[in-house]
Design a binder for this molecule. Structure first.
Ligand code: ASP
Length: 483
């Protein structure tokens, strides 16, 4: 019997995971409340302006019980960990994969000038696609005006729901830290002072890329013969890590089941989600348009069917959707683009890891829509100069966003600050869009990954490095090691 294609297996796992979450929430057992913890009563002194005088006021917070439903409790204790294990496995191989494949890619180069060429092309195309994404986002939010219809009651309800939310406070604090750094800090942060420390932290991907390029170029410069042992080592490491991707992917259909069941039971009250439906639909429309743009670029420039492209890249897109992390998806994106599409390693090993860190078209489109949406909802005018500022800061913000769930919202704070958004309203702004952030994060991450794959194809085509697919299966050599 012909085996079901991987993307269908993953899709079935996702649908079953959603159904499982929904059914569990409907059962009577799912409605039951479980006491998670009791937060004791506390009091603190805060200074408030009363009649123009700063006056100390005692704020008393009564004891609070934190409860969750049985269904959420069950899924987070017994199902969700399998999703986390899968994501951990993918993250585990990200650094060795980038190192091995980038060093192999560079040390195979016959001409260093080609690498410079590729670097410049990659960055310019990444910037171009991001500007297109932001422009689409701004165009749609200005036409649809999703913020104008949000009532005062909804704003008050959302602010009250998320008042003091730890997640929102955390995002504001991270944004404040990022904002305080100097203009060249990003450049300084790219150069590691300790290679091992860089490799031990997944959020330092650009440092690992820098180290790999530096090592690869130096290998070229010592001459082929001397570099050979190291080259063979990284060649072999690269094959091993790609095999690890194949093995991890065997569990993908089960892992997405766990990930999506958890998303369903952690989702917010449907009523809150409905209030933000028009805004969410505006973002979704923009993201769909962006996928159409990629398909057009692919068809016109790479001269292959966009359906072929989507078919090949589908497993990476589905994982991006399920994990909300382009960094965790990176090993799968690399495997699909190289083995299933035929982009040569020299290109994919550089363009994709760089893209996962700096190219986030979906995130920047979302930031443009969200920034204008909150301004519309809170009655704050943004003029043409403000919209241009959004294009620039959303571009920089998407470059600076970490490739992890929810990172786009942190950088949104910086976009809002660039258009002089009143800082006292920032918590309200985040509260307004918080409820739908997770589903939108899943979708924008899918677009981020698709964008990286499109640009890798375009760069490969422009350099004559788009070859033939050469798929490896996890069990190709199984017979050699079993009796
Ligand atoms: N989750 C996104 C990514 O990993 C970033 C974001 O938009 O929050 O690509």
């Amino acid at each position: 019997m012909k085996k079901l294609a991987l993307h269908w297996q993953i899709l079935i796992g996702m649908v079953l995971g959603i159904l499982f979450g929904v059914v569990l929430l409907q059962l009577e057992w799912g409605q039951e409340q479980v006491l998670l913890k009791t937060i004791p009563a506390s009091s603190s002194i805060e200074h408030q302006m009363i009649d123009g005088v700063l006056t100390p006021v005692e704020i008393v917070k009564p004891a609070k019980e934190v409860t969750i439903t049985h269904a959420r409790h069950f899924i987070s204790n017994w199902i969700a960990p399998f999703g986390s294990i899968f994501v951990n496995l993918l993250k585990l191989i990200a650094v060795p994969l980038i190192l091995a494949s980038l060093i192999k890619g560079i040390s195979d180069l016959k001409d260093i000038a080609k690498f410079r060429n590729m670097g410049i092309r990659t960055v310019l195309i990444y910037i171009a696609t991001t500007v297109i994404a932001i422009t689409i986002g701004l165009g749609l939010v200005n036409i649809a005006q999703p913020g104008s219809g949000v009532s005062k009651e909804t704003i008050e309800k959302l602010s009250a729901t998320y008042e003091g939310n730890e997640n929102i406070a955390g995002k504001l604090a991270t944004a404040a830290k990022q904002k305080d750094s100097g203009p060249l800090q990003a450049l300084v942060d790219m150069i590691p002072d300790n290679a091992v420390a860089a490799m031990s932290n997944n959020s330092l991907m650009l440092q690992v890329i820098f180290f790999a390029i530096f090592l690869g170029i130096s290998m070229l410069l010592i001459g082929e013969e001397k570099a050979l042992p190291l080259k063979k080592f990284f060649d072999s490491l690269n094959d091993v890590v790609l095999k690890m991707v194949d093995l991890i992917m065997l569990s993908a259909p089960f892992a997405v089941f766990a990930l999506l069941a958890n998303v369903v039971v952690s989702a917010d009250d449907p009523e809150v989600l409905l209030a933000l439906l028009y805004y969410a639909l505006t973002v979704v429309a923009g993201l769909i348009l962006m996928i159409v743009v990629y398909c057009l670029i692919f068809a016109l420039y790479v001269k292959k069917s966009p359906f072929w492209f989507l078919n090949k890249i589908a497993p990476a897109q589905l994982l991006a959707f399920s994990t909300s992390s382009s960094a965790a998806t990176l090993p799968v994106t690399m495997e699909r683009v190289e083995e299933h599409m035929g982009v040569e390693k020299e290109v994919s090993s550089f363009v994709l890891p760089v893209g996962a860190t700096i190219n986030m078209d979906g995130t920047s489109l979302y930031q443009a829509v969200a920034a204008v949406f909150v301004c519309q909802a809170l009655g704050i005018d943004i003029d043409f100069a403000g919209q241009l500022t959004i294009i620039l800061t959303a571009l920089l913000a998407s470059i600076g966003s970490a490739a992890v769930p929810g990172a786009g919202m942190v950088m949104l704070v910086i976009v809002l600050e660039s258009i002089d958004f009143p800082s006292e309203l920032l918590p309200v702004a985040l509260a307004l869009i918080f409820a739908v952030d997770r589903p939108l994060d899943m979708l924008r991450t899918t677009v981020n990954v698709t964008g990286d794959a499109t640009v890798a194809s375009v760069v490969a085509k422009s350099l004559g490095k788009f070859g033939e697919p050469h798929v490896e299966n996890w069990d190709d050599h199984l017979d050699d090691v079993t009796s």
